[in-house]
Design a protein around this ligand. Sequence first.
Ligand SMILES: Nc1ncnc2c1ncn2[C@@H]1O[C@H](COP(=O)(O)OP(=O)(O)OP(=O)(O)O)[C@@H](O)[C@H]1O
Length: 253
Amino acid sequence: MSGEGAAVLQMQGVTKVFNGQVMALQAMNLTVNEGDFISLLGPSGCGKSTALRLMAGLMPPTQGRILWPGGQRPGDLGVVFQEPTLMPWATVEKNVWLPLRLRGESFASVKDRVHEALALVGLDGFAAAYPRELSGGMKMRVSIARAMVTRPRLILMDEPFAALDEITRQKLNDDLLAMKAQIGCTVIFVTHSVFESVFLSDRIVVMAARPGRVVQEIAVPAATRDLAFRTSAEYAALTRDVSGALGHAMEAA
Ligand SMILES: Nc1ncnc2c1ncn2[C@@H]1O[C@H](COP(=O)(O)OP(=O)(O)OP(=O)(O)O)[C@@H](O)[C@H]1O
């Protein structure tokens, strides 16, 4: 499902100014519908992470409003950052347990859910491993399992695959779409990569810097997201369009 559901999040004229002088985000409007996969794409400093942190409720906007029409609150969100941020002293399963532990759930009472989340990311055989025993891609899978273990309706991802090699990144892109389909969540995904944004998204929000702002929204109407799409003329044409929009955004900055 993509983009056909009810609105889950609305940003209305959201502006964020840091220290009274840095306009990190200017008058951002965005409606996120249930089931959407939306990418925020733009150059460094255009306010992508600021937008995500505002959505997560980690700080308030300076102006404007963030509405949750379905009644969902920031506490129901899953968040994945560029660094996997795992606890090195804890096993994989204990890392994934963390959000449930913070809600007061004992490990024994949620062990099945933890293992389900690990199966979802293809790591069911690694529950007892420590982070140091895992590759970069596997650590990111653990981080995604930790975000999904509470079965949030909305997952915010801040350049989660930027530090990974291209092959691992493509595999995680494929797997992320499969996981999204399996748990039926909505995803907002920050990236610098035109290719990644076109492959993953229903809509791409192109942003420019100084001040950080939205310059264009581009729909990606592809019916399937697989190797055939990745190697199609349609994909090549879409990446050309999005690259062009990004080029304009950078000239305008
Ligand atoms: N806590 C803060 N205090 C002051 N300025 C900040 C703060 N956070 C972000 N900024 C500034 O706001 C602007 C937008 O930053 P933000 O991190 O949102 O951009 P970004 O598009 O995510 O960049 P990148 O792709 O490099 O992560 C930048 O000029 C940044 O320096």
